[in-house]
Design a protein around this ligand. Structure first.
Ligand SMILES: Cc1cc2nc3c(=O)[nH]c(=O)nc-3n(C[C@H](O)[C@H](O)[C@H](O)COP(=O)(O)O)c2cc1C
Length: 213
């Protein structure tokens, strides 16, 4: 089987918002699709280990913020590379957000917001496919939605192992390389020469999170 055939599938970039009791939380996914048009149903693919999955299971609700090409990397770094289990992702002023129908939505140059109520969840080995009825939807800008391809090719972003479309990094160079243990970003050259306050350009983790390849 040619696995690379699957890499030709197209995706977008989305922030999922939900609640942990009264605390807003959520994560990044690239897997949101519209299933039906009349009284619309959408589906997301959510890793069983994501804390967002636990919270959606408890509340039965989530929001989708459709990210645009102008959405800053901070949103993806904060929501996509740390866990709501031990981080207050919506705390502080790292990115703009608000509540819509009681659920957190990202305002940082997003294209649209959707809120949805879970209908059913289908279990796969690593992920649940969550089908949900759209409750409300609002266009927030006319910016271009960020595609997964744009995230990889223009922003040079990575996806962690919990993303269903994760690909292990290929060997890209004969130079010395260091890999960020959080997001997989590959630094080429001698990382020890960087200053002590160097952080990963993708997930903002410190130098100590890098391992020599
Ligand atoms: C570009 C990108 C795409 C991702 N796509 C998905 C996805 O479709 N499904 C999923 O379960 N996790 C996906 N993730 C991973 C979660 O966002 C990540 O595991 C997050 O840290 C989970 O946080 P939580 O534990 O607070 O839920 C993606 C992450 C990135 C950066």
């Amino acid at each position: 089987m040619e696995m690379s055939a699957l890499w030709k599938l197209s995706y977008g970039m989305y922030a999922i918002g939900t609640l942990d009791g009264e605390r807003p939380t959520g994560c990044i996914v690239n897997t949101v699709i519209q299933i039906t048009s009349d009284n619309p149903v959408i589906a997301i693919s959510m890793n069983k280990n994501n804390y967002t999955y636990d919270c959606i299971k408890r509340t039965g609700r989530f929001s989708v913020s459709i990210l645009s090409e102008k959405t800053t990397q901070n949103v993806i770094a904060k929501l996509g590379f740390s866990s709501g289990r031990d981080t207050d992702k919506f705390d502080g002023d790292i990115f703009a957000w608000e509540y819509m129908d009681g659920l957190p939505v990202v305002n940082e140059n997003s294209c649209a917001h959707i809120t949805a109520e879970v209908i059913t969840m289908t279990e796969m080995e690593t992920h649940y496919v969550i089908l949900a009825r759209v409750q409300d939807a609002k266009v927030t800008s006319d910016y271009n939605p960020m595609t997964y391809k744009y995230y990889h090719e223009v922003i040079k972003g990575k996806a962690p192992k919990n993303a269903p479309t994760y690909q292990a990094p290929e060997k890209i160079t004969d130079k010395e390389t260091w890999a960020c243990q959080i997001c997989g970003y590959i630094y080429e050259g001698d990382l020890t020469k960087e200053p002590e306050d160097f952080v990963c350009p993708i997930c903002k983790q410190p130098k100590s999170m890098f391992k020599k390849q």
